[in-house]
Design a protein around this ligand. Structure first.
Ligand SMILES: Nc1ncnc2c1ncn2[C@@H]1O[C@H](COP(=O)(O)OP(=O)(O)OP(=O)(O)O)[C@@H](O)[C@H]1O
Length: 595
Protein backbone atom coordinates (compact mmCIF):
# COMPACT_ATOMS: atom_id res chain seq x y z
CA UNK A 1 0.00 0.00 0.00
CA UNK A 2 1.12 3.56 -0.61
CA UNK A 3 1.09 6.21 2.09
CA UNK A 4 -2.35 7.44 1.10
CA UNK A 5 -3.74 3.93 1.46
CA UNK A 6 -4.06 3.63 -2.30
CA UNK A 7 -2.65 0.42 -3.72
CA UNK A 8 0.25 0.53 -6.17
CA UNK A 9 -1.62 -2.05 -8.22
CA UNK A 10 -4.34 0.47 -9.01
CA UNK A 11 -1.87 2.95 -10.45
CA UNK A 12 -2.98 3.87 -13.92
CA UNK A 13 -0.50 4.45 -16.71
CA UNK A 14 -0.91 6.70 -19.70
CA UNK A 15 -0.43 5.16 -23.14
CA UNK A 16 2.95 6.88 -23.34
CA UNK A 17 4.02 5.39 -20.02
CA UNK A 18 2.82 1.94 -21.06
CA UNK A 19 4.72 2.27 -24.29
CA UNK A 20 7.89 3.35 -22.44
CA UNK A 21 7.67 0.37 -20.07
CA UNK A 22 7.24 -2.08 -22.93
CA UNK A 23 10.09 -0.38 -24.81
CA UNK A 24 12.39 -0.83 -21.79
CA UNK A 25 11.45 -4.49 -21.32
CA UNK A 26 11.70 -5.20 -25.03
CA UNK A 27 15.54 -5.58 -25.14
CA UNK A 28 15.28 -8.44 -22.61
CA UNK A 29 12.92 -10.29 -24.93
CA UNK A 30 15.05 -9.41 -27.94
CA UNK A 31 18.00 -11.32 -26.49
CA UNK A 32 16.00 -14.51 -26.88
CA UNK A 33 14.34 -13.55 -30.14
CA UNK A 34 14.85 -16.95 -31.75
CA UNK A 35 12.79 -18.71 -29.11
CA UNK A 36 10.01 -16.19 -29.64
CA UNK A 37 10.29 -16.29 -33.44
CA UNK A 38 10.10 -20.12 -33.42
CA UNK A 39 7.06 -19.97 -31.11
CA UNK A 40 5.36 -17.39 -33.37
CA UNK A 41 6.06 -19.47 -36.49
CA UNK A 42 4.63 -22.53 -34.71
CA UNK A 43 1.56 -20.49 -33.74
CA UNK A 44 1.10 -19.41 -37.36
CA UNK A 45 1.53 -23.03 -38.54
CA UNK A 46 -1.02 -24.16 -35.98
CA UNK A 47 -3.64 -21.69 -37.11
CA UNK A 48 -3.19 -22.87 -40.72
CA UNK A 49 -3.51 -26.51 -39.60
CA UNK A 50 -6.60 -25.62 -37.60
CA UNK A 51 -8.39 -24.75 -40.83
CA UNK A 52 -6.71 -27.34 -43.07
CA UNK A 53 -7.65 -30.35 -40.97
CA UNK A 54 -11.41 -29.62 -40.96
CA UNK A 55 -11.11 -28.98 -44.71
CA UNK A 56 -9.60 -32.44 -45.09
CA UNK A 57 -12.38 -34.01 -43.04
CA UNK A 58 -14.95 -32.03 -45.02
CA UNK A 59 -13.61 -33.50 -48.26
CA UNK A 60 -13.52 -36.96 -46.68
CA UNK A 61 -17.11 -36.75 -45.48
CA UNK A 62 -18.57 -35.22 -48.62
CA UNK A 63 -16.61 -36.96 -51.33
CA UNK A 64 -15.12 -40.16 -49.94
CA UNK A 65 -17.65 -41.44 -47.40
CA UNK A 66 -20.57 -40.76 -49.71
CA UNK A 67 -18.79 -42.42 -52.62
CA UNK A 68 -19.60 -46.11 -52.40
CA UNK A 69 -16.89 -47.02 -54.91
CA UNK A 70 -14.04 -45.51 -52.79
CA UNK A 71 -11.38 -48.12 -52.24
CA UNK A 72 -9.98 -49.16 -48.87
CA UNK A 73 -6.65 -47.65 -49.94
CA UNK A 74 -8.21 -44.22 -50.33
CA UNK A 75 -9.91 -44.55 -46.94
CA UNK A 76 -6.62 -45.54 -45.34
CA UNK A 77 -4.76 -42.74 -47.13
CA UNK A 78 -7.22 -40.20 -45.67
CA UNK A 79 -6.97 -41.69 -42.20
CA UNK A 80 -3.14 -41.61 -42.47
CA UNK A 81 -3.14 -38.02 -43.69
CA UNK A 82 -5.45 -36.90 -40.90
CA UNK A 83 -3.35 -38.76 -38.35
CA UNK A 84 -0.18 -37.07 -39.65
CA UNK A 85 -1.90 -33.68 -39.56
CA UNK A 86 -2.97 -34.23 -35.96
CA UNK A 87 0.52 -35.37 -35.04
CA UNK A 88 1.97 -32.25 -36.67
CA UNK A 89 -0.55 -30.16 -34.73
CA UNK A 90 0.53 -31.72 -31.44
CA UNK A 91 4.20 -31.15 -32.39
CA UNK A 92 3.57 -27.49 -33.25
CA UNK A 93 1.63 -27.01 -30.02
CA UNK A 94 4.58 -28.35 -28.08
CA UNK A 95 7.07 -26.14 -29.97
CA UNK A 96 4.91 -23.06 -29.52
CA UNK A 97 4.42 -23.52 -25.81
CA UNK A 98 7.94 -24.77 -24.99
CA UNK A 99 9.82 -22.24 -27.08
CA UNK A 100 7.76 -19.27 -25.90
CA UNK A 101 7.99 -20.28 -22.25
CA UNK A 102 11.74 -20.77 -22.61
CA UNK A 103 12.15 -17.32 -24.16
CA UNK A 104 9.99 -15.78 -21.44
CA UNK A 105 11.78 -17.58 -18.60
CA UNK A 106 15.21 -16.78 -20.00
CA UNK A 107 14.41 -13.10 -20.34
CA UNK A 108 13.10 -13.06 -16.78
CA UNK A 109 16.23 -14.83 -15.58
CA UNK A 110 18.26 -12.07 -17.25
CA UNK A 111 16.11 -9.39 -15.59
CA UNK A 112 16.68 -11.01 -12.18
CA UNK A 113 20.43 -11.13 -12.76
CA UNK A 114 20.46 -7.45 -13.79
CA UNK A 115 18.36 -6.52 -10.77
CA UNK A 116 20.66 -8.37 -8.42
CA UNK A 117 23.77 -6.87 -10.01
CA UNK A 118 22.25 -3.43 -9.61
CA UNK A 119 21.44 -4.09 -5.97
CA UNK A 120 25.11 -4.79 -5.36
CA UNK A 121 26.00 -1.34 -6.66
CA UNK A 122 23.29 1.01 -5.47
CA UNK A 123 24.86 1.66 -2.08
CA UNK A 124 23.55 1.72 1.46
CA UNK A 125 21.35 4.81 1.04
CA UNK A 126 19.07 2.82 -1.26
CA UNK A 127 18.65 0.08 1.34
CA UNK A 128 17.97 2.66 4.03
CA UNK A 129 15.10 3.99 1.93
CA UNK A 130 13.71 0.70 0.58
CA UNK A 131 12.33 -2.04 2.84
CA UNK A 132 14.00 -5.43 2.34
CA UNK A 133 10.62 -7.08 1.73
CA UNK A 134 9.95 -4.72 -1.17
CA UNK A 135 13.33 -5.51 -2.75
CA UNK A 136 12.75 -9.26 -2.45
CA UNK A 137 9.33 -8.82 -4.00
CA UNK A 138 10.87 -6.94 -6.98
CA UNK A 139 13.32 -9.74 -7.71
CA UNK A 140 10.91 -12.64 -7.21
CA UNK A 141 7.20 -11.73 -7.43
CA UNK A 142 7.48 -8.92 -9.95
CA UNK A 143 9.55 -10.97 -12.37
CA UNK A 144 7.01 -13.81 -11.95
CA UNK A 145 4.22 -11.37 -12.79
CA UNK A 146 6.06 -10.43 -15.96
CA UNK A 147 5.78 -14.06 -17.08
CA UNK A 148 2.01 -13.68 -17.35
CA UNK A 149 2.58 -10.38 -19.11
CA UNK A 150 4.74 -12.15 -21.71
CA UNK A 151 2.05 -14.85 -22.05
CA UNK A 152 -0.51 -12.14 -22.82
CA UNK A 153 1.44 -11.27 -25.97
CA UNK A 154 1.44 -14.91 -27.03
CA UNK A 155 -2.30 -15.25 -26.43
CA UNK A 156 -2.92 -12.08 -28.48
CA UNK A 157 -0.79 -13.39 -31.33
CA UNK A 158 -2.40 -16.81 -31.28
CA UNK A 159 -5.86 -15.21 -31.22
CA UNK A 160 -5.01 -12.90 -34.15
CA UNK A 161 -3.62 -15.76 -36.27
CA UNK A 162 -6.55 -17.95 -35.38
CA UNK A 163 -9.21 -15.33 -36.16
CA UNK A 164 -7.59 -14.32 -39.46
CA UNK A 165 -7.20 -17.91 -40.69
CA UNK A 166 -10.69 -18.88 -39.48
CA UNK A 167 -12.31 -15.86 -41.13
CA UNK A 168 -10.52 -16.56 -44.44
CA UNK A 169 -11.61 -20.22 -44.31
CA UNK A 170 -15.20 -19.26 -43.41
CA UNK A 171 -15.31 -16.63 -46.16
CA UNK A 172 -14.22 -19.21 -48.73
CA UNK A 173 -16.97 -21.51 -47.46
CA UNK A 174 -19.92 -19.13 -47.08
CA UNK A 175 -19.60 -15.38 -47.45
CA UNK A 176 -22.99 -14.38 -46.12
CA UNK A 177 -22.75 -16.48 -42.96
CA UNK A 178 -19.19 -15.19 -42.40
CA UNK A 179 -20.46 -11.59 -42.55
CA UNK A 180 -22.90 -12.42 -39.77
CA UNK A 181 -20.21 -14.12 -37.75
CA UNK A 182 -18.06 -11.01 -38.04
CA UNK A 183 -20.74 -9.20 -36.05
CA UNK A 184 -19.58 -11.27 -33.06
CA UNK A 185 -16.17 -9.54 -33.15
CA UNK A 186 -17.26 -6.20 -31.61
CA UNK A 187 -19.37 -8.11 -29.05
CA UNK A 188 -16.34 -10.24 -28.17
CA UNK A 189 -14.21 -7.11 -27.80
CA UNK A 190 -16.79 -5.60 -25.47
CA UNK A 191 -16.91 -8.79 -23.38
CA UNK A 192 -13.12 -8.81 -23.17
CA UNK A 193 -12.95 -5.16 -22.12
CA UNK A 194 -15.71 -5.61 -19.55
CA UNK A 195 -14.21 -8.79 -18.16
CA UNK A 196 -10.76 -7.20 -17.97
CA UNK A 197 -12.08 -4.26 -15.98
CA UNK A 198 -14.06 -6.45 -13.65
CA UNK A 199 -11.50 -9.20 -13.10
CA UNK A 200 -8.55 -6.78 -12.80
CA UNK A 201 -10.29 -5.10 -9.89
CA UNK A 202 -10.82 -8.37 -8.05
CA UNK A 203 -7.35 -9.58 -8.99
CA UNK A 204 -5.83 -6.39 -7.61
CA UNK A 205 -7.67 -6.79 -4.33
CA UNK A 206 -6.44 -10.36 -4.20
CA UNK A 207 -2.84 -9.28 -4.70
CA UNK A 208 -3.11 -6.63 -2.01
CA UNK A 209 -4.53 -9.09 0.46
CA UNK A 210 -1.83 -11.59 -0.41
CA UNK A 211 0.93 -9.04 0.19
CA UNK A 212 -0.81 -8.10 3.42
CA UNK A 213 -0.81 -11.77 4.40
CA UNK A 214 2.89 -12.07 3.51
CA UNK A 215 3.78 -8.95 5.47
CA UNK A 216 1.87 -10.24 8.50
CA UNK A 217 3.54 -13.61 8.31
CA UNK A 218 6.95 -11.98 7.96
CA UNK A 219 6.37 -9.70 10.93
CA UNK A 220 4.98 -12.51 13.08
CA UNK A 221 7.92 -14.78 12.35
CA UNK A 222 10.58 -12.12 12.89
CA UNK A 223 8.99 -11.00 16.14
CA UNK A 224 8.18 -14.51 17.39
CA UNK A 225 10.26 -14.13 20.57
CA UNK A 226 8.58 -10.83 21.50
CA UNK A 227 5.17 -12.32 20.68
CA UNK A 228 5.83 -15.20 23.04
CA UNK A 229 7.36 -13.01 25.70
CA UNK A 230 4.29 -10.75 25.76
CA UNK A 231 1.92 -13.73 25.36
CA UNK A 232 0.45 -12.35 22.16
CA UNK A 233 -0.03 -15.75 20.49
CA UNK A 234 -3.85 -15.79 20.65
CA UNK A 235 -4.17 -12.25 19.31
CA UNK A 236 -1.66 -12.96 16.53
CA UNK A 237 -3.42 -16.21 15.64
CA UNK A 238 -6.79 -14.43 15.41
CA UNK A 239 -5.26 -11.62 13.42
CA UNK A 240 -3.72 -14.05 11.00
CA UNK A 241 -6.95 -16.00 10.63
CA UNK A 242 -8.79 -12.76 9.83
CA UNK A 243 -6.31 -11.75 7.15
CA UNK A 244 -6.26 -15.27 5.79
CA UNK A 245 -10.07 -15.35 5.65
CA UNK A 246 -10.12 -12.06 3.72
CA UNK A 247 -7.62 -13.46 1.26
CA UNK A 248 -9.71 -16.61 0.90
CA UNK A 249 -12.81 -14.50 0.19
CA UNK A 250 -11.00 -12.58 -2.53
CA UNK A 251 -9.76 -15.86 -4.05
CA UNK A 252 -13.33 -17.12 -3.96
CA UNK A 253 -14.55 -13.99 -5.75
CA UNK A 254 -11.86 -14.52 -8.39
CA UNK A 255 -12.81 -18.17 -8.83
CA UNK A 256 -16.49 -17.20 -9.20
CA UNK A 257 -15.71 -14.57 -11.83
CA UNK A 258 -13.45 -16.93 -13.73
CA UNK A 259 -15.87 -19.85 -13.60
CA UNK A 260 -18.81 -17.67 -14.54
CA UNK A 261 -17.33 -15.40 -17.17
CA UNK A 262 -14.07 -16.69 -18.51
CA UNK A 263 -15.06 -19.82 -20.43
CA UNK A 264 -18.90 -19.90 -20.19
CA UNK A 265 -19.37 -16.50 -21.89
CA UNK A 266 -17.21 -17.45 -24.86
CA UNK A 267 -18.83 -20.90 -24.98
CA UNK A 268 -22.24 -19.26 -24.94
CA UNK A 269 -21.34 -17.08 -27.89
CA UNK A 270 -19.92 -20.06 -29.69
CA UNK A 271 -23.17 -21.96 -29.13
CA UNK A 272 -25.13 -18.99 -30.46
CA UNK A 273 -22.91 -18.84 -33.53
CA UNK A 274 -23.30 -22.59 -33.93
CA UNK A 275 -27.09 -22.27 -33.75
CA UNK A 276 -27.06 -19.51 -36.37
CA UNK A 277 -24.85 -21.68 -38.58
CA UNK A 278 -27.14 -24.70 -38.29
CA UNK A 279 -30.22 -22.54 -38.91
CA UNK A 280 -28.54 -20.90 -41.91
CA UNK A 281 -27.61 -24.20 -43.51
CA UNK A 282 -31.04 -25.61 -42.56
CA UNK A 283 -32.78 -22.84 -44.50
CA UNK A 284 -30.34 -23.25 -47.34
CA UNK A 285 -31.01 -26.99 -47.54
CA UNK A 286 -34.65 -26.19 -48.36
CA UNK A 287 -33.55 -24.99 -51.76
CA UNK A 288 -30.16 -26.59 -52.44
CA UNK A 289 -28.30 -29.67 -51.32
CA UNK A 290 -26.02 -28.91 -48.33
CA UNK A 291 -23.25 -31.38 -47.61
CA UNK A 292 -22.71 -32.47 -43.98
CA UNK A 293 -18.91 -32.05 -44.27
CA UNK A 294 -19.36 -28.38 -45.11
CA UNK A 295 -21.38 -27.79 -41.93
CA UNK A 296 -18.79 -29.68 -39.88
CA UNK A 297 -15.95 -27.63 -41.38
CA UNK A 298 -17.72 -24.34 -40.74
CA UNK A 299 -18.36 -25.24 -37.11
CA UNK A 300 -14.68 -26.20 -36.71
CA UNK A 301 -13.69 -22.76 -38.07
CA UNK A 302 -16.03 -21.21 -35.54
CA UNK A 303 -14.17 -23.07 -32.81
CA UNK A 304 -10.88 -21.68 -34.09
CA UNK A 305 -12.51 -18.24 -34.11
CA UNK A 306 -13.85 -18.31 -30.54
CA UNK A 307 -11.58 -20.60 -28.54
CA UNK A 308 -8.46 -18.38 -28.18
CA UNK A 309 -10.63 -15.60 -26.75
CA UNK A 310 -10.79 -17.17 -23.29
CA UNK A 311 -6.98 -17.18 -23.13
CA UNK A 312 -6.83 -13.53 -24.19
CA UNK A 313 -9.39 -12.65 -21.52
CA UNK A 314 -7.49 -14.65 -18.92
CA UNK A 315 -4.13 -13.04 -19.62
CA UNK A 316 -5.49 -9.51 -20.06
CA UNK A 317 -6.14 -9.58 -16.31
CA UNK A 318 -2.38 -9.46 -15.89
CA UNK A 319 -1.81 -6.48 -18.17
CA UNK A 320 -2.09 -3.88 -15.44
CA UNK A 321 0.00 -6.01 -13.10
CA UNK A 322 2.65 -6.44 -15.75
CA UNK A 323 2.80 -2.67 -16.14
CA UNK A 324 3.19 -2.11 -12.40
CA UNK A 325 5.75 -4.89 -12.05
CA UNK A 326 7.65 -3.67 -15.13
CA UNK A 327 7.73 -0.06 -13.93
CA UNK A 328 9.02 -1.10 -10.50
CA UNK A 329 11.72 -3.31 -11.98
CA UNK A 330 12.82 -0.54 -14.34
CA UNK A 331 12.93 1.89 -11.43
CA UNK A 332 15.54 -0.26 -9.69
CA UNK A 333 17.50 -0.88 -12.87
CA UNK A 334 17.59 2.90 -13.47
CA UNK A 335 18.38 3.73 -9.83
CA UNK A 336 21.34 6.13 -9.74
CA UNK A 337 24.44 4.65 -8.15
CA UNK A 338 24.88 6.02 -4.65
CA UNK A 339 27.91 3.94 -3.80
CA UNK A 340 31.00 6.03 -2.93
CA UNK A 341 33.36 6.13 -5.88
CA UNK A 342 36.87 4.70 -5.58
CA UNK A 343 39.78 4.99 -7.97
CA UNK A 344 39.67 1.47 -9.35
CA UNK A 345 42.82 2.07 -11.44
CA UNK A 346 44.92 2.80 -8.37
CA UNK A 347 47.78 0.56 -7.26
CA UNK A 348 47.97 2.02 -3.73
CA UNK A 349 48.26 -0.56 -0.97
CA UNK A 350 47.48 -0.16 2.71
CA UNK A 351 50.73 -1.15 4.40
CA UNK A 352 50.89 0.61 7.79
CA UNK A 353 47.28 1.29 8.71
CA UNK A 354 47.52 4.95 9.65
CA UNK A 355 44.09 6.60 9.61
CA UNK A 356 43.47 10.32 9.60
CA UNK A 357 40.13 12.14 9.62
CA UNK A 358 40.50 15.81 8.63
CA UNK A 359 37.47 18.01 9.37
CA UNK A 360 35.00 15.42 8.11
CA UNK A 361 31.34 16.40 7.70
CA UNK A 362 28.74 13.83 6.85
CA UNK A 363 24.94 13.69 6.43
CA UNK A 364 22.65 10.78 5.49
CA UNK A 365 20.14 13.30 4.23
CA UNK A 366 21.11 16.64 2.69
CA UNK A 367 21.08 19.48 5.17
CA UNK A 368 21.05 17.26 8.29
CA UNK A 369 24.71 16.80 9.27
CA UNK A 370 25.33 13.81 11.53
CA UNK A 371 29.12 14.18 11.75
CA UNK A 372 30.42 17.70 12.27
CA UNK A 373 34.05 18.52 11.75
CA UNK A 374 35.50 15.19 12.91
CA UNK A 375 39.32 15.16 13.10
CA UNK A 376 41.62 12.57 14.63
CA UNK A 377 44.68 10.48 13.82
CA UNK A 378 45.11 6.78 14.52
CA UNK A 379 48.76 5.85 14.17
CA UNK A 380 49.72 2.34 13.03
CA UNK A 381 49.06 -0.21 15.76
CA UNK A 382 47.13 2.21 17.96
CA UNK A 383 43.66 1.58 19.38
CA UNK A 384 41.18 4.44 19.18
CA UNK A 385 37.86 4.17 20.96
CA UNK A 386 34.63 6.05 20.25
CA UNK A 387 32.21 6.56 23.10
CA UNK A 388 29.14 8.71 23.56
CA UNK A 389 25.41 8.73 23.96
CA UNK A 390 23.27 6.66 21.65
CA UNK A 391 22.84 8.45 18.32
CA UNK A 392 25.95 10.61 18.84
CA UNK A 393 27.52 9.44 15.54
CA UNK A 394 29.91 6.62 16.51
CA UNK A 395 28.69 4.09 13.95
CA UNK A 396 28.35 6.84 11.35
CA UNK A 397 32.08 7.59 11.72
CA UNK A 398 32.76 3.91 11.00
CA UNK A 399 30.31 3.98 8.08
CA UNK A 400 32.24 6.79 6.41
CA UNK A 401 35.58 5.01 6.91
CA UNK A 402 34.14 1.75 5.54
CA UNK A 403 32.92 3.76 2.54
CA UNK A 404 29.35 2.56 3.02
CA UNK A 405 28.36 6.22 2.63
CA UNK A 406 30.02 9.22 1.00
CA UNK A 407 31.03 12.06 3.31
CA UNK A 408 30.49 15.59 2.08
CA UNK A 409 33.29 17.75 3.45
CA UNK A 410 36.85 17.28 4.73
CA UNK A 411 39.01 14.27 3.95
CA UNK A 412 39.85 10.82 5.23
CA UNK A 413 43.37 9.54 4.65
CA UNK A 414 44.82 6.09 5.04
CA UNK A 415 48.63 5.83 5.05
CA UNK A 416 48.63 9.52 4.02
CA UNK A 417 46.66 8.93 0.82
CA UNK A 418 43.10 10.07 0.22
CA UNK A 419 40.76 7.14 0.94
CA UNK A 420 39.11 7.66 -2.47
CA UNK A 421 42.45 6.79 -4.07
CA UNK A 422 42.27 3.14 -2.98
CA UNK A 423 40.52 0.43 -4.93
CA UNK A 424 37.42 -0.74 -3.13
CA UNK A 425 38.80 -4.27 -3.03
CA UNK A 426 41.95 -3.04 -1.26
CA UNK A 427 39.87 -1.28 1.40
CA UNK A 428 37.63 -4.29 1.96
CA UNK A 429 40.64 -6.61 2.15
CA UNK A 430 42.70 -4.55 4.54
CA UNK A 431 39.94 -3.32 6.84
CA UNK A 432 38.32 -6.00 8.99
CA UNK A 433 34.92 -5.11 10.41
CA UNK A 434 33.15 -6.92 13.24
CA UNK A 435 29.62 -5.82 14.05
CA UNK A 436 27.39 -6.27 17.05
CA UNK A 437 25.28 -8.98 15.42
CA UNK A 438 27.45 -11.19 13.21
CA UNK A 439 25.73 -12.70 10.22
CA UNK A 440 26.37 -16.38 9.67
CA UNK A 441 25.59 -17.88 6.29
CA UNK A 442 23.96 -21.18 5.46
CA UNK A 443 26.78 -23.74 5.25
CA UNK A 444 29.13 -25.00 7.94
CA UNK A 445 31.62 -23.60 10.43
CA UNK A 446 34.53 -23.78 8.00
CA UNK A 447 32.66 -22.11 5.14
CA UNK A 448 31.64 -19.29 7.48
CA UNK A 449 35.26 -18.61 8.40
CA UNK A 450 36.47 -19.15 4.85
CA UNK A 451 33.64 -16.92 3.57
CA UNK A 452 33.57 -18.95 0.39
CA UNK A 453 37.21 -18.11 -0.48
CA UNK A 454 38.28 -21.48 -1.86
CA UNK A 455 41.94 -20.49 -1.87
CA UNK A 456 41.95 -20.49 1.90
CA UNK A 457 43.39 -23.70 3.32
CA UNK A 458 41.91 -25.76 6.15
CA UNK A 459 45.08 -25.06 8.13
CA UNK A 460 44.56 -21.31 7.83
CA UNK A 461 40.99 -21.73 9.07
CA UNK A 462 42.10 -23.81 12.05
CA UNK A 463 44.85 -21.35 12.91
CA UNK A 464 42.40 -18.45 12.80
CA UNK A 465 39.95 -20.31 15.03
CA UNK A 466 42.76 -21.10 17.48
CA UNK A 467 43.96 -17.52 17.40
CA UNK A 468 40.61 -16.15 18.51
CA UNK A 469 40.09 -19.13 20.84
CA UNK A 470 37.07 -20.40 18.94
CA UNK A 471 38.77 -23.78 18.53
CA UNK A 472 37.61 -25.02 21.94
CA UNK A 473 33.90 -24.78 21.27
CA UNK A 474 34.35 -25.99 17.67
CA UNK A 475 36.17 -29.12 18.96
CA UNK A 476 33.15 -29.92 21.14
CA UNK A 477 30.77 -29.89 18.15
CA UNK A 478 29.92 -33.38 16.79
CA UNK A 479 31.13 -32.51 13.31
CA UNK A 480 33.70 -29.88 14.42
CA UNK A 481 34.52 -27.63 11.43
CA UNK A 482 31.85 -29.29 9.30
CA UNK A 483 29.06 -28.69 11.78
CA UNK A 484 26.16 -27.28 9.76
CA UNK A 485 25.12 -23.65 10.13
CA UNK A 486 21.59 -22.66 9.18
CA UNK A 487 19.09 -19.91 9.96
CA UNK A 488 21.75 -17.21 10.47
CA UNK A 489 23.53 -19.45 12.99
CA UNK A 490 20.74 -19.25 15.55
CA UNK A 491 21.69 -22.67 16.98
CA UNK A 492 24.95 -21.14 18.22
CA UNK A 493 25.25 -18.84 21.21
CA UNK A 494 25.87 -15.11 20.71
CA UNK A 495 29.43 -15.56 22.00
CA UNK A 496 30.12 -18.47 19.65
CA UNK A 497 28.76 -16.53 16.69
CA UNK A 498 30.95 -13.57 17.61
CA UNK A 499 34.05 -15.79 17.91
CA UNK A 500 33.34 -17.11 14.42
CA UNK A 501 33.06 -13.54 13.18
CA UNK A 502 36.45 -12.79 14.76
CA UNK A 503 37.98 -15.87 13.10
CA UNK A 504 36.48 -14.85 9.76
CA UNK A 505 38.01 -11.39 10.09
CA UNK A 506 41.41 -12.40 11.41
CA UNK A 507 41.99 -15.12 8.81
CA UNK A 508 42.22 -12.30 6.25
CA UNK A 509 44.93 -10.62 8.31
CA UNK A 510 43.59 -7.04 8.00
CA UNK A 511 45.84 -4.08 8.69
CA UNK A 512 42.97 -2.14 10.26
CA UNK A 513 40.43 -3.63 12.62
CA UNK A 514 37.04 -2.07 13.34
CA UNK A 515 34.89 -3.33 16.17
CA UNK A 516 31.45 -1.74 16.23
CA UNK A 517 29.89 -2.77 19.54
CA UNK A 518 31.36 -6.21 18.89
CA UNK A 519 30.89 -7.34 22.47
CA UNK A 520 27.70 -5.46 23.31
CA UNK A 521 25.46 -8.51 22.91
CA UNK A 522 27.50 -10.70 25.24
CA UNK A 523 27.16 -11.29 28.96
CA UNK A 524 30.01 -10.06 31.12
CA UNK A 525 31.45 -13.57 31.57
CA UNK A 526 31.60 -14.28 27.84
CA UNK A 527 32.80 -10.78 27.18
CA UNK A 528 35.78 -11.32 29.48
CA UNK A 529 36.70 -14.47 27.55
CA UNK A 530 36.30 -12.67 24.25
CA UNK A 531 38.34 -9.70 25.40
CA UNK A 532 41.35 -12.01 25.49
CA UNK A 533 40.83 -12.92 21.86
CA UNK A 534 40.33 -9.27 21.03
CA UNK A 535 43.54 -8.24 22.75
CA UNK A 536 45.43 -10.71 20.54
CA UNK A 537 43.66 -9.49 17.44
CA UNK A 538 44.45 -5.87 18.16
CA UNK A 539 48.20 -6.47 18.39
CA UNK A 540 50.06 -4.82 15.47
CA UNK A 541 46.81 -3.58 13.99
CA UNK A 542 45.28 -0.14 13.99
CA UNK A 543 41.99 -0.67 15.79
CA UNK A 544 38.90 1.50 16.00
CA UNK A 545 36.46 0.43 18.69
CA UNK A 546 32.91 1.64 19.22
CA UNK A 547 31.85 0.67 22.72
CA UNK A 548 29.19 1.38 25.27
CA UNK A 549 30.86 -0.47 28.12
CA UNK A 550 33.75 1.78 29.06
CA UNK A 551 35.52 -1.05 30.91
CA UNK A 552 36.29 -2.61 27.53
CA UNK A 553 38.23 0.36 26.17
CA UNK A 554 40.17 1.62 29.18
CA UNK A 555 43.48 0.59 27.59
CA UNK A 556 42.84 2.48 24.32
CA UNK A 557 45.57 4.86 23.16
CA UNK A 558 43.00 7.53 22.48
CA UNK A 559 39.36 7.82 23.50
CA UNK A 560 37.09 10.18 21.56
CA UNK A 561 33.86 11.29 23.21
CA UNK A 562 31.18 12.13 20.67
CA UNK A 563 28.14 14.25 21.28
CA UNK A 564 25.63 15.21 18.57
CA UNK A 565 28.20 14.37 15.89
CA UNK A 566 31.07 16.35 17.38
CA UNK A 567 34.14 15.26 19.29
CA UNK A 568 33.69 16.98 22.62
CA UNK A 569 36.48 15.31 24.61
CA UNK A 570 39.64 13.40 23.68
CA UNK A 571 42.42 11.71 25.62
CA UNK A 572 43.39 8.52 27.39
CA UNK A 573 41.14 6.96 30.02
CA UNK A 574 43.16 8.58 32.79
CA UNK A 575 43.23 12.00 31.13
CA UNK A 576 39.48 11.93 30.53
CA UNK A 577 38.75 10.95 34.11
CA UNK A 578 40.86 13.86 35.30
CA UNK A 579 38.97 16.17 32.95
CA UNK A 580 35.78 15.40 34.93
CA UNK A 581 33.59 16.00 31.89
CA UNK A 582 31.14 13.77 29.95
CA UNK A 583 33.41 10.73 29.98
CA UNK A 584 33.85 11.01 33.73
CA UNK A 585 30.07 11.14 34.20
CA UNK A 586 29.51 8.14 31.95
CA UNK A 587 32.21 6.23 33.76
CA UNK A 588 30.73 7.02 37.16
CA UNK A 589 27.28 6.00 36.02
CA UNK A 590 28.47 2.66 34.70
CA UNK A 591 30.59 2.09 37.76
CA UNK A 592 27.62 2.58 40.05
CA UNK A 593 25.50 0.21 37.93
CA UNK A 594 28.15 -2.47 38.15
CA UNK A 595 28.41 -2.27 41.92
N1 LIG B 1 21.10 4.95 7.66
C1 LIG B 1 20.72 6.06 8.25
N2 LIG B 1 19.95 6.97 7.64
C2 LIG B 1 19.59 8.11 8.24
N3 LIG B 1 19.96 8.46 9.48
C3 LIG B 1 20.73 7.60 10.16
C4 LIG B 1 21.16 6.36 9.59
N4 LIG B 1 21.93 5.72 10.49
C5 LIG B 1 21.98 6.50 11.56
N5 LIG B 1 21.27 7.62 11.38
C6 LIG B 1 21.13 8.75 12.33
O1 LIG B 1 22.41 9.26 12.57
C7 LIG B 1 22.58 9.57 13.94
C8 LIG B 1 23.83 8.90 14.48
O2 LIG B 1 23.65 7.51 14.43
P1 LIG B 1 24.80 6.49 14.77
O3 LIG B 1 24.29 5.11 14.45
O4 LIG B 1 26.04 6.92 14.14
O5 LIG B 1 24.88 6.68 16.33
P2 LIG B 1 25.69 5.86 17.38
O6 LIG B 1 26.44 6.83 18.19
O7 LIG B 1 26.46 4.77 16.75
O8 LIG B 1 24.47 5.27 18.23
P3 LIG B 1 24.34 3.86 18.98
O9 LIG B 1 25.25 3.92 20.13
O10 LIG B 1 22.90 3.85 19.41
O11 LIG B 1 24.67 2.82 17.99
C9 LIG B 1 21.29 9.16 14.63
O12 LIG B 1 20.53 10.32 14.82
C10 LIG B 1 20.61 8.25 13.67
O13 LIG B 1 19.23 8.38 13.74
Amino acid sequence: MTEKGKSVWSKSFTFKEQWLIIKRLWPYALQFKWQFVIAILAAAGLSVLNVLLPRLLQFYMDHVLTNKSASLQILLAFAGLYFLGTLLKAGLQFIQSFSYSMGAERSLEKIRVDLFAKLQQVGMTFFDQTPAGAIISRVTNDTKTLYNFWMLFLSLLVASFSIISAVIAMWLTDQMLTSWMLLFLPVLCLVIIYYQKFSSKIYRQMRELLSHLNAKLNEDLIGIDIIQQFRQQVRIQKDFEKTNQKYFQSRLAMIKVESLLLYPVVTLMFLLAEGITLAHFGFKSQTIFVQAGLIYAFISYLQAFFNPMSDVMNYLTFFQDGMVAGSRIIKIIDEPLKIPIQNEESAFKITNGKIEFKHVWFAYQPGKPILKDISFVAYPGQTIAFVGQTGSGKSSTINTLMRFYEFQKGSIEIDDHNIREYRQQELRKKIGLVLQEPYLFYGDIASNIRMFDQKMTDLQIKQAAEFVQADKFIADLPETYHQPVSERGMTYSAGQRQLLAFARTIVRDPKILILDEATANLDTQTEKLIQKSLAKMRKNRTTLIVAHRLSTIEDADLILVLDHGQIVERGTHQQLLELRGQYFKMYQLQHQQNK
